[in-house]
Design a protein around this ligand. Structure first.
Ligand code: FES
Length: 102
């Protein structure tokens, strides 16, 4: 399987590769571009998982459409934000979370 990238001009998500942004994830800087979701920024940075479920199994993006809640993060102090539904904004402070960390 090969990677497929929709040209930015035809990308209906509004991705803007010419507008960089930087978020922090557990204090580490991660770069993305405007229009990406938080999940998109994390996946593009090579992070496939960012939390643990109740069994200890790694979790990240599963459905990618906001239905499964596997991709939860704390964003700017707000818990349980779905990374696949929330667009990244420059300066977002993201923290990984696990169910046992409440
Ligand atoms: S990946 Fe399923 S809700 Fe985000």
């Amino acid at each position: 399987m090969s990677a497929r990238l929709v040209p930015a001009a035809g990308d209906r998500t509004g991705r803007r590769p010419d507008v960089p942004l930087r978020i922090t994830v557990d204090g580490e800087p991660v770069d993305g571009v405007a229009g990406q979701t938080l999940a998109g920024v994390l996946l593009a940075a090579g992070r496939r998982t960012w939390r643990r479920g109740p069994s200890g199994a790694p979790r990240g993006v599963f459905c990618g459409i906001g239905a499964c809640f596997d991709c939860l993060l704390t964003v700017n102090g707000v818990r349980d934000v779905r990374a696949c539904r929330r667009r990244a904004r420059d300066g977002d402070a993201v923290a990984t979370q696990s169910r046992d960390a409440r």
